[in-house]
Design a protein around this ligand. Structure first.
Ligand code: LLP
Length: 412
């Protein structure tokens, strides 16, 4: 479900014409629907309403302050992976007691910042990190609440670059060593064990990997309790997929139905870290056609957005639908939709059947609300684009387009 629909022949976000935004703000531009974001949050939250739970939005998916504020106003927390994300989450008014901190390379500074901010817990990824957190907490005369990130060795059946729960993955602690690591943690004076964490991958389109991973985690929780280690929070990570093309991912309600019976008697608070499922289909990237070009074997539609603005197609060969902002009569043709970057890998779509556009026409790259702007860069010295939030019949620029001056800020 999302709020990008044609009214007549023109694409709207809620009640605002995309063409109008593009004219006034320029292109390329990311446009988000506040209604879709809110709906997605509420549906996800409702799916787990049967038990105590916290929905911690994965800030890496979309870290714009206005979006974080929107989720905060719905009662959401944050899953962070850096000091920068912590800074953003706090700025957006997210309750520190709803912030969880993952990532395999937390620095001393980041650990100290998180401890002073009194976050809910660190999701710890290795024994040395655990010792480091204990040491930093000791220096601050604080106790660090931790969960150990356990690698349940479950295949999430998704793109290898976004699978994280397999044995060969750099993330987490092997499940077979988990009890030993928990025992080590229980001896450290400045560590308080509160939880367990897992995250097996992203864009998962089936319920079964979530169930299999949860069963392994619950088994471990039981064994830990028997050995005197109490677990208050089970953090199930993120990973629920969305429809980019023809995927049929489970509705959050289905995931809830499958997981709740397993967890309800564990006596724990469930944490989820959804990113893509909340933000992905709530945003689009709008780009303008600059030129058409016929190569020897291919047609090219050259647009003003490139891989620096949306890297998913280049990096993962990810599919994003591309649709016209104004539907009109015309012929379609097969083309590569490419950006202005000086790299052959700079494309938004390959061999795609699209309506043959005219230079100057606007196109919407769909499902770009997650891992779109956050993965954008200044490559080729291109200023990062503007972000806009629509609310009913109004829109607000929630991040200004960068200027050339912004590009050289801080350089000597
Ligand atoms: N929690 C942890 C510990 C994670 O590593 C991630 C994503 C999430 C939660 C959120 O996962 P989600 O619900 O969004 O699937 N750049 C890639 C996705 C990388 C995901 C990394 N971790 C992409 O554009 O597809």
């Amino acid at each position: 479900m999302h709020d990008f629909t044609y009214i007549g022949n023109e694409l709207y976000c809620e009640k605002v014409s995309i063409r109008k935004i593009a004219q006034e703000v320029g292109t390329p531009v990311y446009i988000y629907s506040s209604n879709t974001l809110r709906n997605h949050y509420q549906v996800f939250d409702a799916a787990f309403s049967g038990i105590p739970h916290i929905v911690c939005f994965a800030v890496k998916a979309n870290s714009n302050l206005s979006i974080l504020k929107l989720f905060a106003s719905e009662g959401g927390g944050a899953d962070i992976v850096s000091g920068g994300e912590l800074f953003r989450a706090l700025k957006a008014g997210i309750d520190p007691q709803k912030i969880v901190f993952a990532g395999i390379g937390k620095t001393e500074d980041e650990i100290s910042f998180a401890l002073k901010s009194n976050i809910l817990m660190f999701n710890v990824e290795s024994p040395l990190e655990l010792k480091k957190i204990n040491e930093v907490a000791g220096n601050l005369a604080l106790k660090a609440r931790v969960a150990l990130r356990v690698n349940p060795d479950i295949d999430p059946k998704t793109h290898p670059y976004i699978s994280t729960g397999l044995k060969k993955s750099k993330f987490g602690i092997a499940i077979k060593n988990a009890i030993e690591e928990y025992q080590l943690a229980s001896t450290l004076p400045n560590i308080e064990i509160v939880g367990i964490h897992k995250h097996i991958g992203s864009q998962i389109t089936e319920v079964s990997p979530f169930v299999a991973a949860m069963e392994r985690i619950l088994d471990l929780v039981k064994k830990l309790k028997e050995s005197g280690i109490d677990i208050k929070y089970i953090d199930a990570g993120g990973g629920l997929g969305i429809r980019y093309k023809d995927e049929e991912p489970p509705h959050p309600g289905e995931l809830g139905k499958a997981l709740l019976p397993l967890i309800k008697d564990a006596g724990c608070t469930l944490i989820f870290e959804p990113g893509r499922v909340l933000a992905g289909n709530a945003g689009i990237l709008v780009t303008r056609v600059l030129y058409l070009k016929t190569g020897e074997t291919k047609n090219f539609v050259i647009v003003d957005a490139g891989m620096n603005d949306l890297i998913r197609p280049s990096l993962y060969e990810a599919h994003h639908e591309i649709i016209p902002i104004e539907k009109r009569e015309g012929s379609s043709f097969k083309a590569d939709v490419v950006g202005p970057i000086c790299e052959s890998g700079d494309f938004l779509a390959k061999d795609r059947k699209v309506m043959k556009p005219e230079p100057g026409e606007l196109l919407a790259v769909m499902s770009a609300g997650a891992y779109g702007f956050t993965m954008s860069s200044n490559y080729n010295s291109r200023p990062r684009v503007a972000e806009v939030m629509v609310e009913g019949d109004k829109y607000t620029v929630i991040r200004k387009r960068e200027s050339y001056e912004d590009l050289i800020r801080g350089e000597e």
